[in-house]
Design a protein around this ligand. Structure first.
Ligand SMILES: Nc1ncnc2c1ncn2[C@@H]1O[C@H](COP(=O)(O)OP(=O)(O)OP(=O)(O)O)[C@@H](O)[C@H]1O
Length: 298
């Protein structure tokens, strides 16, 4: 099975700015991959290169076994920009029929596509009356034309409410299950954590880390937080038994423990008679992200 997207040693310079530096990665069929990075990290530049919209200076990029921007690649890649703009006077069905016609496909598929993204009931309403979440779905319906093998999504859920976000990711899950590879950029770390298979962290044009959240967690080796609840009236005694713990004013004691010391420390805490309960809190994606995306000099 060949990779849907292969990037090796990719370099892109704008006047005076190295937007991408020696970036290598692959995306396999059916993978849901999140591209994370601070403003200016190089995410949009990478997406534009994958779509064939801008040239690159060094390295190689293969999209669905073809050169980015070639007719063969364009036929298999779909793109959804952050804020898709549609004609407000058109109905959802008219808009999607228009896109189908432009792509040389049967316009009669419009209703099927709209039903697939949950807009079957709204297909005959004008887009001007749609919510932002509904407009994003029109964009997704447009992106699904021609069953793309790679779907590139630029911050697809920004501005959507939690339910719309969840529904949107459920649609992406169905597409991925059908073999479509998904590359999406996002600043919403929590949802990315739950809804993607792999995470790529770009910083200053470099790929700083990549892997599943578990991989990144292991590589970052950040401390684990342990929160301990004392039995009634035993807080002071517990604090004396755990002098390295700090009190946050919430009645519990908190410790940050290096990964290698986690098990011995848990054994020690659970052996203390003053302990009523404890919680182990692994580093969040936000902690891991900050660890890897520290810019030079920080
Ligand atoms: N056309 C251009 N001309 C000059 N510099 C550019 C151009 N496009 C991007 N850059 C620079 O390249 C770097 C990467 O920009 P890019 O837009 O890829 O970042 P990004 O990760 O998508 O950021 P954001 O999250 O803000 O969209 C930035 O320093 C940016 O200023």
């Amino acid at each position: 099975m060949t990779s849907t997207l292969t990037i090796s040693h990719l370099t892109k310079r704008f006047a005076g700015v190295e937007a991408l530096r020696d970036v290598s990665l692959t995306v396999e069929p059916g993978q849901r991959v999140a591209l994370l990075g601070h403003n200016g990290a190089g995410k949009s530049t990478m997406m534009k290169i994958i779509l064939g919209l801008i040239p690159f200076d060094g390295g190689a990029v293969t999209v669905c076994d073809a050169a980015p921007g070639s007719a063969a690649a364009r036929a298999q890649v779909a793109y959804l920009p952050e804020s898709a703009a549609f004609h407000p006077a058109l109905t959802g069905e008219e808009q999607v029929r228009h896109y189908l016609a432009l792509r040389g496909k049967r316009p009669s598929q419009a209703l099927d596509l709209l039903a697939r993204v949950g807009l079957g009931d709204a297909a005959k309403r004008r887009i001007g009356t749609y919510s932002k979440g509904m407009r994003q779905r029109v964009g997704l319906a447009q992106a699904l034309i021609g069953k793309p093998r790679l779907l590139v999504l630029d911050e697809p859920t920004s501005g959507l409410d939690p339910v719309s976000r969840r529904d949107f990711y459920t649609l992406l899950d169905d597409l991925a299950a059908g073999g479509t590879a998904i590359l999406l950029s996002s600043h919403a770390l929590t949802e990315v954590e739950a809804r993607t298979d792999r995470i790529l962290i770009l910083s200053g044009g470099r790929l700083m880390a990549e892997g599943s959240l578990a991989d990144l967690r292991r590589k970052a080796a950040l401390p684990v937080a342990i929160s301990v609840a004392p039995t009634a009236g035993q807080k002071a005694a517990l604090a004396a038994a755990l002098p390295m713990a700090r009190a946050n004013g919430d009645g519990r004691l908190h410790l940050d423990i290096a990964q290698g010391e986690k098990l011995p420390m848990l054994a020690r805490i659970t052996g203390l008679p003053q302990v009523a309960d404890l919680e182990v809190i692994p580093p969040s994606l936000e902690d891991i992200y900050s660890h890897f995306s520290r810019r030079d000099g920080q």
